[in-house]
Design a protein around this ligand. Sequence first.
Ligand SMILES: Nc1nc2c(ncn2[C@@H]2O[C@H](COP(=O)(O)OP(=O)(O)OP(=O)(O)O)[C@@H](O)[C@H]2O)c(=O)[nH]1
Ligand SMILES: [Mg+2]
Length: 450
Amino acid sequence: MALRQDDLIYALATGTGGAVAIIRLSGNLCWDVVLPLLRTKRNRSLRPTPRYLHYAGLYDDTRLLDDVCVVFFPLEKSYTGEEMAEIHCHGSKAIIQRISEILQAKGARPALPGEFTRRAFINGRMGLSQAEAVRELIESDTIEEASVAIRKLQGELKNRVEELRMDLIDCAASLEATLDYPEEDIEHMDQGLLTQRIDSLRSKVQDMRNTYDRYKLSRDGIAVAILGKPNAGKSSLLNSLLKEERAIVTDIAGTTRDHIEESFQYKGIKFRLIDTAGIRESQDRVEKLGIERSLRFETEADLILYLYDGLEAVELRNNNPQAFHLLNKADLGLHQDNQPLLQQKRVFQISAMRHLGLEDLLNALQDFAKHLISQPDSEVPVITSARHAHCLDSAYQCLTHFKESLSRGIPMDIALVELYEARDYLGQITGMVATSDIIDRIFEKFCIGK
Ligand SMILES: Nc1nc2c(ncn2[C@@H]2O[C@H](COP(=O)(O)OP(=O)(O)OP(=O)(O)O)[C@@H](O)[C@H]2O)c(=O)[nH]1
Ligand SMILES: [Mg+2]
């Protein structure tokens, strides 16, 4: 970024339309620019106490523009690590506009998206993962997402990744020592111990990486595909679970052709429910395409609900542990040959149309989902960004290659390159190692004023 790092920037930190608006400023001469605009109620210059809320009049030259509250932050105690101020004015668009003009006339410029946080990062007030957590916190939709973000903002991820990175550096340093002074009596790390340390690092990297898949599932919803023969009642089940007439239901076999996907929540867990075309031999071109999709969902969904017409003798399609089998149309009865099936785990009798047995099914869905998304170790920080997951994947691969190199007897100075790469991938998470394009990409996603 060609812009100066410490020039004075300002931005509206609140949304418009509220009773109060907050304009933030950060950078060189911040206090010198803001203070002359203010007069106390006794018409004196304001002598600010750092980090105190002051009540004052804000003047446009000699004309009183607004009653405001102002806070001044010294650089050692500010968000950005620079001199900062906040002006809390009334939420009028005209007032905000005029204050902006006055600030610009005095040399401040509008901040770029995320520029305050970018400065906080550059001035060492926070690591890169913490800066990203700021955005996640602002954008969080649920309390769970917010609580993961706040833990990250507190530095939990940064500290854990730094621990791993330091451990790696320590391993590498011991190995470097054996290269530099092979003849001297330095405590050489024996091969077994080294492999053990690398293995332990690898598994810690992997544990952290695995949290991402679970997090993503809980954020985006668990994909539950409803599959079965035509007329089994799949669309009826979709409608029942959504509590709305979303899909067309008829007694004509082959009603649903294209799949239908809708989200719903049950006891705080998000599901993506997918109604599919009934599976059968078909000559119809459109129906055949639909059935191909159904079969694709059979392999790609997180959970499958196989639906059967319980009035016919049923053969369960498979014993996939990620599938539930539902014998539908319980209101009309059950074929006697199906009775023993009900003894099996993951087999339910329901009526999609009459809403029978759905509570048990939903509870089973919830149990299954919890198992998929709950993090096994609450001590491991949860990865919530694709960028971090990618860095961990790469670090893991480097460690694996390093181990392989060792076992293949590749010279240590060459093998060590992998170790250093792993170190740098971890450093990219916290920002210890970060190129300007990584930084640009992260901050451009921010909102203005943060
Ligand atoms: N009695 C009874 N009829 C049901 C039940 N569930 C579905 N049906 C009926 O079965 C017929 C087919 O229902 P759909 O929900 O369209 O079945 P589908 O599996 O989506 O069928 P395709 O889209 O053709 O694959 C309709 O006439 C429904 O009213 C049920 O629980 N009890
Ligand atoms: Mg249907």
